[in-house]
Write a protein that binds this ligand. Structure first.
Ligand SMILES: Cc1ncc(COP(=O)(O)O)c(C=O)c1O
Length: 446
C-alpha cells in the first residue's frame, strides 16, 4: 500500500517562476527560506495573491488552501472586513508609544468571550505569548520548572520547545519521555527544568506532576496538539492534569494559540478546562502578527507595574499595534456563534466524508481533529499521542506522496500537522477534498 512515487499531473508544482525565486532565495537565506516551517517538498511555491479560500502562485496557478497560514486565517485570505478596518487605520499611523482605543476594544471582546480571561496583555507572536505565560507562572509560584507534553509545539521559547522533536532514537521510555533539546547547544539546564509527559496518560500525569511539583511553575497544555497528532484529549487525562496541578499549586497554561479556533469561547471551554492562563495568537490578529496572554486577575497581576516594578516586565515595540488590533477585532467580531457552528459542521462533513471513504475502501488511514481542524494519518487506529502519530520512513513517504498528489489537484494539504477550513469555504470545496483523497487511494497499490 505504501510508497509509490507520484508525479504531479495537474498543477505544475512548483512552477518556473517559483523555481526562479527559490534559486534567488538560496543565495540570501540559509536553506533558501526565512522560516523553517515553509513547505519545501519538493521546493517552495511562491504566492502572489490570496483571496477567500484560494491562493494564486506566481505562475498563475490556483490552489484551495488548507493551511491558511498555519491555521491563522479563519475567514480565508483578504477578508473584506479586515481589509476595510486596516485600510482605515493605516491613514492614522501604524504604531505609537501610547495606547489606543483599538487595543481596549479587542481586549474587551476577548475578555467577554473567554471564561478564563479576566485580564489580558497583547504581544506580537504566539511564541512570545507562551514565553510570557511561563514567566508569569514562574513569578507567581516562585518556581522555575515547566511540565509539558511530548511532541506538542508551543513556539520557540527554549523551555517550551524542549521535547517537541523526539524520534524513536532519542525519545526514550514512553512513560518518562526524554526532554529532547530543540537544537544543539541548548543549555542542559533548560532540559533540567522541563518535565516531559506522555499526552493522554492520566496515571503518568498524576504521578509525575505530584513527584516534581515543588519545582514546577506550570503545566503547558495544548488540548489538541497539532504536531503531537491532533489527538482527541481524553477527559480523564484532562481532569488528572488539572486536578493534580490544583492540588500542588502548579499553574495550568492552556496554549490556545492554534486551538482558540475551536469555538466561540475557545478550546479550554470546549474541553471543560479551567486554566490559570491562556495563550492566544493566530486568529485573534485577523492575519496580522499577534499573540496574547490572559488569565485570572490574581495571576495576571504579575504584569501590573502601577504600584512599583512589575514582577514580570512585558513590553514589545510592536505589541498592541493598531493594525493588528483592528484586524483582530474585525476578524473576531464576525466570528459569532453561528460562524463557529458552520465551521463545526463543515469540519464534521469533511471528517466523516474522509472516514466513509476509508471504511468503504478498507484502507489503513484515520482522520483526527475537531471543529475546523483535521489531520489524515496513515495509521490503522486513531493515534492518542505523539508516538502513535509519529510516522515510519515508509509512512512519511506515503504522506508526502499524498501531499504532492493533492498539489497536483490544486489543493494545499499540510501533513504532519493540522490542516484547517475557513468560513470562505463551501460544501463543494469540502466534497472536492474528499474526492481528491479517494482519487489518491485509487493510485495506490491495494
Ligand atoms: C500551540 C502553538 N503555540 C505557539 C505557537 C507559536 O506561535 P507563533 O508562530 O505565532 O510564534 C504556535 C504556532 O504554530 C502554536 O501552534
Amino acid at each position: 500500500m505504501m510508497g509509490k512515487s507520484m508525479k504531479c499531473s495537474g498543477a505544475d508544482f512548483p512552477g518556473l517562476k517559483s523555481r526562479e525565486l527559490s534559486s534567488r532565495a538560496q543565495k540570501v537565506f540559509p536553506g533558501g527560506i526565512t522560516r523553517s516551517t515553509v513547505e519545501r517538498d519538493p521546493s517552495p511555491c511562491y504566492i502572489s495573491k490570496g483571496s477567500g479560500a484560494y491562493l494564486t502562485d506566481v505562475d498563475g496557478q490556483k490552489f484551495l488552501d488548507l493551511s491558511n497560514n498555519f491555521t491563522t486565517l479563519i475567514h480565508g485570505h483578504a477578508y473584506p472586513p479586515v481589509i476595510e478596518a486596516v485600510s482605515r487605520v493605516l491613514q492614522d499611523g501604524t504604531c505609537f508609544s501610547n495606547p489606543t482605543a483599538h487595543e481596549v476594544a479587542l481586549a474587551e471582546l476577548l475578555v467577554s468571550r473567554i471564561p478564563a480571561i479576566d485580564k489580558i496583555r497583547f504581544v506580537n507572536t504566539g511564541t512570545e505569548a507562551v514565553m510570557f505565560a511561563i514567566k508569569a507562572a514562574r513569578a507567581f509560584t516562585g518556581r522555575p520548572g515547566v511540565a509539558k507534553f511530548e511532541g506538542s509545539y508551543h513556539g520557540s521559547y527554549d523551555w517550551a520547545e524542549v521535547g517537541q522533536v523526539g524520534n524513536p532514537s532519542t525519545w526514550g521510555d514512553a512513560d518518562s519521555p526524554v526532554p529532547v533539546p530543540a537544537y544543539e547547544g541548548m543549555p542542559t539546564s533548560v532540559a533540567d527544568d522541563c518535565l516531559i509527559l506522555p499526552f493522554n496518560d492520566p496515571d503518568q500525569a498524576r504521578q509525575q506532576i505530584a513527584a516534581s511539583a515543588d519545582r514546577l511553575a506550570c503545566i503547558l497544555l495544548d488540548p489538541m496538539p497539532s504536531c503531537g497528532g491532533l489527538n482527541h484529549p481524553d477527559p480523564e487525562f484532562i481532569a488528572a492534569v488539572v486536578e493534580t496541578a490544583r492540588e500542588y499549586g502548579v499553574l495550568v497554561i492552556c496554549d490556545e494559540v492554534l486551538n482558540l479556533r475551536q469555538g466561540y469561547q475557545g478550546a479550554s471551554a470546549r474541553y471543560g478546562i479551567e486554566p490559570d492562563l491562556i495563550t492566544a495568537g493566530k486568529i485573534i490578529g485577523g492575519g496580522f502578527p499577534i499573540g496574547a496572554v490572559g488569565g485570572s486577575s490574581r495571576v495576571m497581576s504579575v504584569f501590573d507595574g502601577s504600584n512599583g516594578p512589575a514582577k514580570v516586565g512585558q513590553a514589545g515595540t510592536f505589541s498592541a499595534n493598531p493594525v493588528s488590533m483592528v484586524a483582530g477585532y474585525a476578524c473576531m467580531e464576525a466570528l459569532d456563534e453561528t460562524a463557529f457552528a458552520r465551521l463545526d459542521s463543515m469540519g464534521d462533513r469533511l471528517r466523516s466524508g474522509l472516514s466513509d471513504v476509508i471504511s468503504r475502501r478498507n484502507v489503513h488511514y484515520v482522520v483526527s481533529g475537531a471543529a475546523s481542524l483535521f489531520r489524515i494519518h496513515n495509521k490503522a487506529t486513531l493515534p492518542e499521542n505523539y508516538r502513535e502519530a509519529h510516522t515510519t520512513p515508509d509512512e512519511a513517504k506515503n504522506m508526502s506522496d499524498m501531499k504532492r498528489y493533492f498539489l497536483s489537484q490544486n489543493i494545499i494539504l499540510p501533513i504532519g500537522r493540522a490542516a484547517c477550513l475557513s468560513t470562505a469555504m463551501t460544501d463543494a470545496d469540502i466534497d472536492g477534498i474528499v474526492e481528491v483523497f479517494e482519487k489518491f487511494l485509487n493510485l495506490e497499490p491495494q
